[in-house]
Design a protein around this ligand. Structure first.
Ligand code: NDP
Length: 604
């Protein structure tokens, strides 16, 4: 594999990357976005399950599981497998599924291969239909896990947690909700998801728009017609539809909108990189031939290759493993040619592989998109991992549909919205319906993202504890917050390409700790301040686990291009030796049974 770029060409390419980034830098960073309040408060409502009144609950459970997405479901499953009962899921949606409950937009699917993304496939004996599964199948899998492990019976759906507070006298968490519930729990797990709160672009005049509008995570099928399975959206026939945003969500729904809308206008600030999807059915007889333990082997194989390691074969073979393998092969090539194995060689291998990959992605745009000006505007000028990489075989093709129009804003974003449409510089586009594919809150503080505050021992809130950045042991345990567990990626493996892998490992850890506490009659389990501080120091000792590069074009991967302060870095950090090493480390930590760093206390 050799690059075709000369040093001069490479420098010109990187200068273009810098110029495109600079065009998009803005002083307001995350503050450019709005929370859906006032005129837009309805954008947070549940369009799928009506909220019905019920009397408040006042009782006690062993474990309150906050969030019924995959984080909560796999935690519940592992607790059941460990023989823990008295579990209760509390979830804002009208059912389980989390991101997959909310995101039912047309064309929604998972970019990570089903064989590794869908958790507990082997335990539930489930065969995915396709290499990459569509959202309805993923939601059905979430429901299957809930049924198999009996997680719905005592759940509280359509219920938003308003506060979690530790009652130190009783050694119980008190969970208060918007239904007036006041539940007591020995343990709480928080699987509230990194992409939970929809945000809106703070475009001047947005609140004056008088047409129909909704956010992609609350798709209004009552207006559009159709359904998540792909039935045509007949309500859009003859309508002028605008969609703002061209991230991973828009990339998936634009082809369906282009098919069904009278006219579609896609307002673009930054193009996504669109790699090949190559979806295909999973052969059930091949699936039946897999040896027991297959999912764990696939998970490790994907994780190894995706993070630059070596493996005899690539089981998943997709765009995630492709770039990582190119970098790894380039390192080998450079070292064989005499380069020293060190940071300079690594940097060069990364840059050359990335330049090559992104050149291919831009060439694909030229090959697919017929209109030259549209093709030019759809080319991404940044490193692939600056933004969430996208994979699709119909997105670029959608721009060949005569009624699908790209409205490029040259990095500046939409200028203004008025009651009838959208302004970009001096050009006006009238629309009947405006769809916000503007993403979710990522960089804002914990309580704003989750929608509730967590009050630990002595009245300290989690926001206060994390005022100078996230501080945990393993991403799970926080000092001053006994019997509470955060279920996520940060400060653990931080494997972003396969979120559920992180969640299953966290769930396994939590189940081990809670069953040990229950078996030994411990009232409290808590990380020591020393163990928490040592873990944070370990995370800070290396840049390796850190996701987010200030040289990149702005986006939520890099705090919208603003200076990434040390405190922000902490919330984006992972185990210094990489995800696979973390999974090995945490497995060994669990197996010792001593759970070093935690204290189990029994009150007299
Ligand atoms: P993103 O935050 O990725 O995208 C938001 C989009 O809105 C960007 O294109 C942004 O442009 C654009 N935007 C914001 N403000 C303006 C403005 N003023 N004018 C014009 N455009 C504007 O949100 P998504 O919902 O697309 O994706 C969120 C995440 O969800 C993904 O990154 C991914 O992690 C996850 N996801 C995962 C999927 C999966 O397969 N597993 C599928 C879909 C989503 P700019 O880029 O310039 O900021």
């Amino acid at each position: 594999m050799t690059t075709t770029l000369t040093p001069v060409e490479r420098e010109a390419l990187h200068a273009r990357y810098r110029a495109e980034r600079d065009k998009r830098l803005r002083p307001d960073g995350n503050d450019q976005y709005l929370q859906p309040t006032g005129r837009f408060a309805h954008l947070l409502e549940d369009p799928y399950v009506p909220r019905t009144e019920r009397p408040p609950r006042r009782d006690e459970v062993n474990v309150a599981i906050i969030g019924g997405g995959f984080a909560g479901l796999v935690t519940g499953a592992r607790l059941r497998q460990a023989g823990v009962d008295g579990l209760r899921i509390i979830e804002g949606g009208g059912g389980v599924g989390g991101a997959w409950y909310w995101n039912r937009y047309p064309g929604a699917m998972c970019d990570t291969a089903a064989m590794v993304y869908l958790p507990l496939l082997e335990e539930t004996g489930t065969v995915p239909s396709m290499k990459y599964t569509f959202a309805p199948e993923i939601l059905a899998h979430a429901q299957r896990i809930a049924e198999r492990f009996d997680l719905c019976e005592d759940a509280l759906f359509s219920t938003e947690v308003e506060e979690l507070a530790w009652d130190d006298d009783a050694a119980r968490w008190v969970v208060r909700t918007d239904r007036g519930d006041e539940l007591r729990a020995r343990f709480v797990t928080m699987g509230t998801g990194p992409l939970h709160r929809p945000k809106l672009p703070g475009i001047p005049g947005i609140e004056t728009f008088a047409g129909h509008c909704f956010h992609t995570s609350r798709w209004d099928y009552a207006y559009t017609g159709g359904d998540p399975s792909g039935t045509p959206m007949t309500g859009l026939a003859g309508k002028r539809v605008g969609i703002i945003g061209t991230g991973a969500t828009a990339v998936q729904c634009v082809p369906r909108l282009a098919r069904d809308a009278g006219e579609l206008f896609v307002f673009q600030r930054t193009p996504s990189s669109i790699d090949v999807r190559g979806n295909r059915p999973v052969d059930p007889s091949w699936f039946a031939s897999l040896e027991p333990g297959w999912q764990q082997r696939w998970l490790r194989n994907f994780c190894t290759l995706q993070t630059g390691g070596f493996a005899d074969e690539d089981l998943v073979m997709d765009g995630w493993t492709d770039i990582a393998q190119r970098i790894r092969d380039r390192v080998v090539e450079l070292v064989e040619a005499g380069a020293e194995l060190g940071p300079d060689t690594m940097r060069r291998a990364y840059e050359e592989s990335d330049d090559e990959k992104m050149s291919e992605i831009r060439a694909r745009v030229d090959a697919v998109v017929e209109d030259r000006a549209t093709a030019e505007a759809l080319k991404p000028w940044y490193r692939q991992l600056c933004k969430r990489p996208c994979f699709h075989d119909e997105y670029l093709q959608a721009y060949n549909v005569p009624t699908c129009h790209l409205v490029d804003t040259d990095g500046k974003g939409v200028t203004r919205i008025d009651e009838g449409g959208v302004w970009v510089d001096g050009a006006y586009t009238e629309v009947d319906c405006l769809i916000f594919a503007s993403g979710f809150e990522v960089g804002t503080e914990h309580a704003r993202r989750t929608g509730f505050e967590t009050v630990g021992r002595g009245g300290e809130t989690l926001s206060q504890h994390w005022a100078d950045g996230m501080r945990t042991l393993h991403g799970l345990h926080v000092h001053g917050f006994p019997n509470a567990f955060v279920v996520g990626l940060a400060q653990g493996a931080n494997l972003v390409s396969n979120v559920t892998h992180n969640l299953v490992e966290a769930a396994t850890t939590i189940a081990g700790i809670i069953s040990r506490a229950l078996e030994t009659g411990a009232d409290e389990v808590e990380v020591t301040p020393e163990a928490e501080a040592a873990w944070v120091a370990l995370l800070q000792s290396s840049e390796r686990g850190f996701l987010g590069n200030p040289d990149c074009t702005p986006g939520y991967y890099n705090n919208e291009g603003r200076t990434i302060e040390a405190k922000d870095r902490l919330g984006m950090s992972g185990y210094p030796d990489g995800p696979l090493a973390y999974f090995d480390y945490i497995d060994a930590w669990r197996r010792t049974g001593t759970f070093e760093g935690l204290v189990f206390r029994t009150r007299a």
